[in-house]
Design a protein around this ligand. Structure first.
Ligand SMILES: Cc1ncc(COP(=O)(O)O)c(C=O)c1O
Length: 372
């Protein structure tokens, strides 16, 4: 068993996130097939690969040539990949401030996102100081309202970068805010992007690496693919037609039978309506299994769905195993994944917790070993 923890002691607690490399490989191959050979795939591994473990995911996919490069959120995340030996392009999607981080980023050969004229100047000066090329992708604001510059500033940013000998304005990109919910707004974002790219390229600066698509857009809007797609969710198998990469599992550590009227968990948040068999699992919100799932989520034991009873506590939660007569201490419990004919997905949990699947997996804390 390999974990991403550098441990010199045995792990006794049975709570783990199992990461399926075959599923990851299947998903990335399917994405590559869908977008075609000419479109590069940037595998988004920010936030520890949405909780899946960024180093293992990047090292494996680089070895298998499943991605052209990687998208991370911060310079620190990029340096972690470089430290693990990842040599492919790494685009830092959020490298904005403090500007002194540009020096480390350029030194490690990370690609910077440039969203302002000031950032462009800083990138030029850092690359001059280091005597090393600064690869830059410029972010266009088209309706996400997060980071990025509008067309007039983007033109100035390109002038600034192209006027230097050390900075390379390699790409132009934007982020679609509503690809899966609003096709008209998405079309408007793409139109503004297309106009801006045409204007920049007609200035004789040569072809840019253009990219706009997240998973949903990459799969559903061919016109959003341009030269590269930036995919996370589909690669992790949290979309229809893809295989879930992460399974969250633990084992029953305690079992009891309670009578009608017995209370379960903090604030008496569940009251037994009759005789019940109840199991305790060693996982709680301290592991990132959100408290919003209290009294709502199902967990699989013996191939059957067992309801979470009462408030999820920091380290443990209780489930109803009354219908699983044979349930005993040591039995496997599946919180995300398959057991027998039943399956619980991150999407199901997200709907119950009133959130999105990204948050369900990203929340999983460092206390949960990722087992590859
Ligand atoms: C800038 C950017 N590009 C691409 C992605 C990947 O999105 P998805 O996981 O939906 O494929 C994200 C994720 O939030 C992002 O922030």
């Amino acid at each position: 068993m390999k974990t991403n923890f550098d441990r010199n002691f045995r792990v006794y607690r049975p709570t783990v996130a199992e990461i399926s490399l075959p599923a990851l490989s299947f998903n990335l191959r399917k994405i590559k097939k869908t977008v075609g050979d000419k479109t590069r795939v940037l595998f988004v591994v920010k936030a520890n690969a949405y909780g899946h473990g960024a180093v293992a995911a990047a090292v494996f996919t680089e070895k298998e040539k499943l991605a052209w490069g990687y998208g991370v959120s911060s310079v620190e995340e990029g340096l972690t990949l470089r430290g693990a030996g990842v040599r492919s392009p790494v685009l830092v999607l959020g490298s904005l401030y403090p500007f002194e981080s540009f020096v480390s980023a350029i030194h490690a050969g990370l690609t910077l996102t440039i969203s302002s004229v000031e950032a462009a100047r800083q990138a030029v000066s850092a690359s001059k100081r280091l005597g090393k090329k600064a690869l830059c992708h410029v972010k266009l604001e088209t309706g996400m309202g997060r980071i990025g510059a509008r067309k007039p500033s983007v033109i100035k940013i390109f002038e600034e970068l192209n006027g230097s000998k050390t900075a390379v304005a390699e790409g132009l990109y934007t982020h679609l805010s509503s690809a899966d919910t609003d096709p008209e707004f998405t079309a408007r974002q793409l139109e503004y992007f297309s106009q801006t790219a045409a204007e920049l390229e007609k200035d004789g600066r040569g072809a840019l690496v253009k990219h706009t698509a997240n998973s949903f857009a990459a799969l559903n809007y061919p016109q959003s693919r341009w030269d590269m797609v930036r995919v996370g969710l589909a690669a992790y198998g949290c979309m229809d037609g893809f295989k879930p990469v992460l399974a969250l599992k633990t084992r029953i550590v305690f079992i009891k039978t309670v009578r009608e009227g017995a209370y379960i968990s903090y604030d008496k948040s569940f009251k037994a309506p009759g005789l019940m068999k109840i199991a305790t699992l060693p996982i709680g919100y301290g592991d990132g299994y959100t408290r919003a799932l209290s009294n709502k989520a199902d967990i699989l034991v013996g191939g059957r769905r067992c309801r979470v009873l009462g408030n999820i506590t920091m380290d443990m939660l209780m489930i109803d195993v009354s219908q699983v007569k044979e349930a005993a201490v040591g039995d496997e419990a599946v919180l995300i994944g398959r057991q027998g004919k039943e399956e619980i997905t991150a999407r199901e949990l997200a709907a119950k917790a009133l959130t999105i699947p990204y948050e369900i997996t990203t929340l999983l804390s460092s206390r949960v070993p990722r087992v590859v």
